[in-house]
Design a protein around this ligand. Structure first.
Ligand SMILES: [Zn+2]
Length: 261
């Protein structure tokens, strides 16, 4: 709780009221957080943004990619605690190695991800990580912190009014508490939390959580091959360094407790 105190001190009674009504726990962590939006609102926005994305972006019909995503998605959906979920897993034609999750149980995977994920467990690690951002409500939390610390409630209204002009993925990310597709980086603390939760989910779904470490190593190797010119790829918001992999290694005993092959 003390973590948020510095944000709360300078703000108004309104913020304190919000704090009282919206303080909650992040499932599977010891952490408390504050969020202004309700999870039902977040889910509604995620679901409607995803519907737009399916119309505006190119959906892949590749049978093997789709079969793998449906299989992994079905197993993960059974164990991931997303409120108001209407689960849907869609492959989009996009060569950048990326994936994203929106509130309401909507998940997109780029065709470019498969070169890195390579197998079902690797794919489960990425999807688990992205959905963990949603479960832990990282984007909403970041937005809430911003609003509480600056009092800039107008920002939300501005984005809402402007939404039609914005890439739907950005709007979904900002508004829906989404992983924001690499347009906006999460904090390091949020990334580590998503890594850990993602490894728990994959373990509960029957995938060896050790594969999450190999996945990040493959991302790291890919980055070394490609250099820094990746634009809006997963890597631009997911720096892979030895600290990240070491933290996940440390968490492995916990994740493996829940691994049922
Ligand atoms: Zn992330």
């Amino acid at each position: 709780m003390k973590h948020y105190l510095s944000h709360l001190l300078p703000v108004s009674i309104l913020a304190l009221v919000v704090f009282v009504v919206a303080c909650g726990d992040v499932p599977d962590t010891e952490r408390k957080q504050i969020n202004i939006m309700s999870q039902a609102d977040e889910a509604r926005m995620g679901i409607s943004e995803f519907a737009k994305m399916k119309q505006q972006l190119r959906v892949s019909r590749n049978p093997s990619y789709n079969a793998m995503v449906q299989q992994v998605g079905r197993r993960l959906a059974a164990v991931m605690p997303v409120p108001h979920a209407q689960w849907e897993f869609v492959v989009f034609e996009d060569p950048s190695p990326n994936a994203f999750a929106l509130p309401g149980g909507k998940v997109g995977v780029h065709t470019g991800l498969f070169q890195i994920s390579q197998n079902e467990a690797g794919l489960a690690a990425v999807i688990g990580h992205e959905v963990a951002h949603v479960v832990a409500r990282h984007s909403g939390e970041r937005m809430t912190r911003g609003i509480l610390s600056t009092g800039a409630v107008a920002v939300g209204t501005y984005i809402l009014n402007k939404k039609a002009d914005v890439d739907p993925r950005v709007a979904a990310g900002v508004l829906g508490g989404a992983a924001a597709l690499g347009y906006k980086a999460h904090s390091r603390e949020q990334e580590l939390e998503a890594d850990k939760l993602g490894s728990l989910y994959m373990a509960r779904a029957g995938y060896n959580p050790e594969e999450s470490i190999r996945l990040w190593q493959r991302f790291s190797a890919y980055r070394q091959r490609m250099g820094q010119t990746q634009g809006f790829s997963f890597l631009s918001t997911h720096p892979v360094d030895s600290k990240r992999i070491a933290e996940l290694q440390k968490y492995m005993p916990r994740a493996k407790q829940e691994y049922r092959p």
